[in-house]
Design a protein around this ligand. Structure first.
Ligand SMILES: Cc1ncc(COP(=O)(O)O)c(C=O)c1O
Length: 440
């Protein structure tokens, strides 16, 4: 099929996420390899968001493809009530090799479902009702996960589910009133407000606090020093489950297997998806603590999915974890994070339109600002389509990513080399020059 025909059929029959369909104009992709993909006309693109921050091992990994082919040939499906080698092995591998202090895993198909099931488990285990989550968060698009989500993608799922409470999670660059002397002081302020809110909501009826360990699509917001430890302490004080959503931040993205490992905390539950199979096959899940696993020894786990722990996903997950280890990608992410930092610092210094740039490992976000240093489009309201123009310009030069509010994600596959990262930043530099001259 020729490129134009593919695009025409796509536009005629497919509905695309988060877009008014009329002006949506997808790139027709022909092939993909490593950190690149090529369109139907042979144009090459740097995949600088690793698709949806999920293709950590890059495109075209032969080992994972082979594992999927072998499993499809042997037995693609067996219902979730049966024990099968790949199902046992993936769970063992995650628990024993990555989070030995946790207990068991309930596998889902993706991230939203992981959060849905974590909400239910928190309520089942604690017997409490309320669920706290941050305004600056995205936890998925299904009904429960969308209610957990704080940002505007929540609105079409409202009126919300009773008992879902939002709090302001830390974002020091946008703190409008108080100037804090240190990160630690800001963390203590946020923690005091959170605890106060918990008390006003009835501290005995809070089942869980959900947080993206590092907030992803809402800005790569890295928790200030002491914040996560403080949330852990609040959870312990009131018997609340601490749930770290690691759907985007997990699997090496921040330079650790899971983002929470950058701090001295252990969550009660970890929700994950994306990087466990890097898109080669969909799978997600909830990792629960030993205490929660123990609870469900005697109490029924009222959770179920036809495709829970799908065998092709399990085979892909095992191979993907092997790839992370064999290619030393977790450490590579940390090392390349230093290069990313240096490139971001240069960009900030050289361009008035570039504001705060944050990164942890290869998880990064670049903010565009106006002449006064405020967000170039505040609160995702962009009537002039400024961010669309920036994304379009980047695309023209062969750099693909997505935007949110006034920011663009810079979170390439973890296999990126120093040379490739610098080349991609040459494009970003050119586009920032264009923004300085045309959009400020
Ligand atoms: C932090 C976080 N949680 C949950 C989700 C939802 O995952 P999925 O799209 O696989 O349902 C996402 C998706 O981007 C995410 O970034």
């Amino acid at each position: 099929m020729a490129g134009e025909e593919i695009r025409a059929l796509d536009k005629k029959y497919n509905l695309h996420s988060w877009s008014a369909q009329k002006t949506f104009n997808p790139i027709v992709v022909d092939r993909a390899e490593g950190i690149y993909f090529w369109d139907a006309d042979g144009k090459k693109y740097y995949d600088m968001s690793a698709q949806l921050v999920n293709m950590n091992v890059g495109h075209g990994n032969k080992k994972i493809i082979k594992a999927i082919q072998d499993q499809a040939g042997k037995m693609p499906f067996m219902g979730p009530a049966y024990a099968v080698d790949v199902r046992s092995e993936l769970a063992r591998k995650v628990i024993e090799e990555i989070v030995p202090f946790m207990g068991k895993i309930f596998f889902t198909n993706a991230g939203a479902e992981a959060n849905e099931n974590a909400i239910k488990m928190a309520r089942m285990v604690t017997g409490k009702n309320k669920i706290f989550s941050g305004y600056r968060s995205y936890h998925g698009a299904t009904y429960g996960a969308a209610n957990l989500t704080g940002e505007p993608r929540r609105f079409p799922s409202e009126p919300g589910i009773a008992g879902f409470i939002k709090f302001f999670n830390p974002y020091i660059e946008r703190e409008p009133v108080i100037k804090f002397e240190s990160e630690e002081q800001y963390a203590q302020y946020c923690l005091a407000k959170l605890e106060e809110q918990i008390i006003w909501e009835g501290q005995d009826d809070v089942a869980a606090i959900f947080l993206e360990t590092v907030v992803g699509s809402n800005g790569c917001l890295i928790p200030p020093k002491g914040y996560l430890e403080g949330v852990r302490a609040i959870c312990d004080k009131y018997g609340i489950m601490m749930v770290c959503d690691e759907v985007m931040a997990g699997w090496g993205r921040t330079g650790e297997w899971f983002a929470f490992m950058n701090w001295d905390i252990k969550p009660d539950m970890i929700t994950f998806a994306k990087g466990i199979t890097c898109g080669y096959s969909p799978i997600g899940g909830v990792i629960v603590s030993k205490a929660i696993a123990e609870h469900f020894e005697e109490n029924v786990l009222f959770c179920g999915l036809t495709y829970s722990a799908h065998l092709i996903g399990c085979a892909a997950g095992i191979a993907t974890i092997d790839v992370y280890k064999e290619e030393n990608l977790i450490n590579h992410s940390k090392e390349m994070g230093k290069v990313l930092r240096a490139e971001m610092d240069k960009l900030m210094k050289n361009h008035p339109s570039v504001g705060p740039c944050r990164n942890i490992g290869l998880f990064g976000m670049v903010e565009f600002v106006d002449k006064n240093g405020g967000p170039i489009v505040p609160y995702a309201k962009d009537p002039k389509g400024i961010m669309k123009q920036i994304i379009g310009k980047l695309r023209e030069y062969g750099f693909t990513t997505y935007s949110h509010e006034n920011m663009i994600s810079v979170s390439p596959p973890l296999i990126i080399t120093e040379q490739e990262l610098k080349e991609a930043f040459e494009i970003l530099d050119k586009v920032a020059t264009w923004v300085d001259g045309n959009l400020l």
